[in-house]
Design a protein around this ligand. Structure first.
Ligand SMILES: Cc1cc2nc3c(=O)[nH]c(=O)nc-3n(C[C@H](O)[C@H](O)[C@H](O)COP(=O)(O)O)c2cc1C
Length: 209
């Protein structure tokens, strides 16, 4: 006889599935090995084409429904977000067998306290990326990191980084939908939560997977 199939407590429980979704998302901030640490982040370009790239998840606030990412304020995605804040974030956690799709709007913050604190809290090595002499995505005649020669292979000092602070931006993605897909041989489970600004709460329902 086969072993009885065991299901997680959230399998048929919408509220517990929502808790598990936030728990898996938040794990991306504290656990570098979590798949949520490197979600795919989607924006829309000037031609209406979806554009995806991997980004490191820096912070999550369930209270403000916000995910924080860091990027170069001169990057192509930064320009896309200035034109159109629509953003999607995709995670698949193979161990949990859970896909989470989020969507919302990005607040682009290159100046102010949030970006200042995020800049100061990043390691000098991480901040070295923002020392590129031209905008990310600029065509090159020869292969290059884009960094000035004098910093190649070195970790910058704090005073060497100061001039480059304007190249840094924090992206605050305010999520208003979360979709959940849990894979199980016995039957998948899919749910979607929508932020209700009038009720100031999430409204969730099951969907056919
Ligand atoms: C593992 C990994 C982590 C990355 N993390 C970031 C990140 O946190 N921020 C970022 O702007 N780009 C990050 N990138 C680079 C982006 O995927 C992308 O190539 C770059 O930002 C240019 O995107 P854009 O042209 O759409 O602006 C990462 C790439 C990889 C592979």
């Amino acid at each position: 006889m086969n072993d009885p199939v065991s299901f997680p407590a959230y399998y048929d429980d919408l509220a517990l599935s929502f808790e598990e979704a936030w728990s898996l998302i938040a794990a991306g901030v504290t656990n570098r090995n979590s798949p949520s640490h490197m979600p795919a982040v989607g924006t829309v370009d000037a031609l209406g084409m979806p554009q995806l790239r991997i980004m490191i998840l820096r912070d999550v606030s369930r209270d403000t429904r916000t995910l924080r990412f860091h990027t170069d304020s001169r990057s192509i995605k930064a320009e896309q977000l200035r034109q159109n804040p629509a953003t999607s974030v995709l995670i698949y956690d193979p161990a949990a067998k859970v896909q989470i799709r989020m969507s919302g709007k990005t607040h682009f913050t290159a100046t102010g306290a949030v970006a200042d604190i995020a800049w100061s809290a990043s390691t000098p090595f991480a901040r070295r990326c923002y020392m590129a002499e031209a905008a990310p995505g600029t065509p090159l005649a020869e292969p290059s990191s884009g960094l000035p020669d004098w910093i190649a292979g070195k970790q910058p000092e704090e005073d060497q980084l100061a001039d480059y602070r304007p190249n840094f931006a924090a992206l605050l993605v305010e999520i208003d939908t979360i979709e959940w897909l849990y894979l199980a041989n016995a039957g998948h489970r899919r749910a979607r939560w929508q932020w209700d600004a009038v009720q100031n709460s999430w409204a969730g329902r099951w969907l056919i997977p």
